[in-house]
Design a protein. Structure first.
Length: 172
């Protein structure tokens, strides 16, 4: 049974053990990242109401307990390249990864190369990504089918064409 839960506010008494899809659209409540009943999450969406709502440590604690994740969407939350390293160490089942408006750069992408099942990657509005990073993606994600690079201006048409020629659907 698939259970979806959308969190706009905090209710500390809820049991999340049957929740497969969790969307958080609020500041992360105190104590949530230490819960032990989030291990069955298959999809996690984090889009806080402001940039100070969720930090790297909170996200890393959640990821450490969510080892069944296949879809991870992190939008405009306080993650950096070190969080990408943590994702690569704990969440190898990820098929879809959306990193929107986060503070990562080309070098951080190398941590994700162990995600062999990755089919969709969104780097929308990740302004630290350049042609160099996109070429790393081309070389290291053989199963990638779709790439979102909307809002990134440092990508040349020749790089985009190379990805399209390999059959990768590009959103730009």
């Amino acid at each position: 049974m698939s259970v979806e839960f959308i969190m706009y506010g905090w209710n500390g008494s809820l049991d999340y053990s049957n929740v497969n899809n969790l969307s958080i659209f609020c500041n992360l409540p105190s104590g949530f990242s230490t819960r032990n009943d989030i291990k069955n999450l298959i999809q996690l969406n984090i889009h806080p109401t402001n940039e100070t709502g969720i930090n790297c440590n909170d996200i890393e604690k959640i990821l450490q307990k969510s080892y069944s994740l296949e879809i991870l969407k992190l939008r405009y939350c306080g993650i950096t390249d070190s969080t990408l390293f943590f994702i690569s160490e704990t969440n190898l089942k990820i098929r879809e990864l959306e990193l929107e408006g986060v503070l990562i750069n080309d070098e951080g992408l190398q941590f994700l190369f162990v995600l062999e099942k990755l089919e969709f990657l969104s780097l929308k509005n990740c302004f630290g990504i350049t042609d160099f990073g996109i070429n790393l993606i081309f070389e290291n994600f053989p199963n990638l089918k779709k790439l979102n690079i909307e809002g990134i201006e440092e990508i040349h048409y020749s790089t985009i064409d190379k990805l399209k020629n390999r059959g990768i659907d590009i959103i730009s």
